[in-house]
Design a protein around this ligand. Sequence first.
Ligand code: CMP
Length: 139
Amino acid sequence: MSGKITFTMIKPDAVADGHIGAILGKISEAGYKVKALKLTQLTNADAKKFYEVHAERPFYGELVDFMSSGPIVAAVLEKENAVEDFRTLIGATNPADAAEGTIRKMFARSVGENAVHGSDSDENALIEASFHFSGREIF
Ligand code: CMP
């Protein structure tokens, strides 16, 4: 049974490139309700913790440096089948492989600077939402 919540970040590349409004527009058009939203910046320690699952990967250092390099938009989103549908909406991790019309195809720079994050499971969506937001910031 699929949950109704996913978590996303608009990453530093897409914020710097001026795509916040367009990406939030695509998310809204896809039927997601915004439950929480903020412009913020991860510290290096925050990014290390958030991406701990990738600590052994060769790109971990690069990922942590990039994700803490500038402001991001963090959001909690609600819709039926939220996690799976969001991953379809954003497209493949590497924008070169992403389908036409997906957020990464339209706005990402590269596999490392790929415009948006989307949770990969219902369980992680809740963990990631509570990493970024307190209970009183989620509506
Ligand atoms: P995301 O799925 O949000 O979370 C893990 C991130 O690791 C992924 O987005 C990419 O931005 C990043 N990533 C995956 N593969 C590579 C790679 N080969 N080089 C650099 N970054 C990568």
